[in-house]
Ligand binder design. Structure first.
Ligand SMILES: C[S@@+](CC[C@H](N)C(=O)[O-])C[C@H]1O[C@@H](n2cnc3c(N)ncnc32)[C@H](O)[C@@H]1O
Length: 207
């Protein structure tokens, strides 16, 4: 994948604060999926948080959120909140000595090479508390891995992305987590015939 195109894409979007481009019903669906995973004193790590539109909706009085994104423009859009810490970092080099009860990787995998995807899973399982949950969500291919590299009419720009095959992404996660539950999003959210929005709810990490 042409990383320069991806970098330019996110740089431009971060200048306008437009991290997400899905409709608000999908945000509500995701909030409802994740809210039951947030108990008292929950420590959330949001990897590729954007402006934390999603993870901010999960905050309870006692929640702690670490929002990590490569582009400062997104983080600047997160309102100051004593429950939230922002960290500007590329996921490739991000590291932490803390552990978390809930780790989110939403909308990021499609812009990672396969080896980068595997590397973040490898690191994230060590950041997850033993009883914690990691949720990975992205569009996947309906068949074998798909690569997009061209002008997107929908986004009105050059767009580069990788849509993993379901069994391959599931396999990478299953080799690191004892339990991987697949959540297929309602078909109304699937705009394209070749891809589908899918979440992988992972728990019981192998250390
Ligand atoms: C589609 S947005 C999703 C934002 C948020 N996770 C959500 O679901 O609302 C993807 C986010 O991942 C971030 N991102 C992409 N590649 C990254 C990287 N290598 N390191 C850190 N953040 C990255 C982008 O800046 C963007 O904010």
């Amino acid at each position: 994948m042409d990383k320069a195109v991806i970098d330019q894409f996110w740089r431009q979007r971060s200048a306008t604060g437009a991290g997400r481009w899905t409709e608000s019903p999908m945000l509500n669906f995701e909030r409802e999926l994740l809210a039951p995973m947030v108990g008292a004193n929950c420590r959330i790590l949001d990897l590729g948080s954007g402006s934390a539109e999603l993870s901010r909706k999960l905050l309870l009085d006692t929640t702690h959120l670490l929002a990590v994104d490569k582009y400062p423009g997104f983080l600047e859009d997160i309102p100051d909140d004593p429950r939230v810490i922002k960290q500007c970092a590329d996921l490739e080099s991000f590291a932490t000595a803390s552990t978390f009860d809930l780790i989110l990787l939403f909308g990021v995998v499609t812009h990672l090479e396969a080896d980068e995807e595997e590397s973040i899973y490898e690191k994230a399982r060590n950041w997850l508390a033993p009883a914690g949950t990691m949720v990975v969500k992205n569009q996947i291919s309906r068949g074998v891995e798909l690569l997009m590299d061209g002008f997107s009419d929908a986004l009105q720009c050059h767009y580069v992305a990788r849509y993993p095959a379901l069994d391959v992404q599931e396999g990478l996660l299953k080799s690191r987590f004892n339990t991987v539950r697949i959540v297929a999003y309602p078909d109304t959210f699937n705009r394209w015939p070749t891809t589908m929005h899918t979440a992988f709810v992972c728990s019981e990490p192998y250390y």
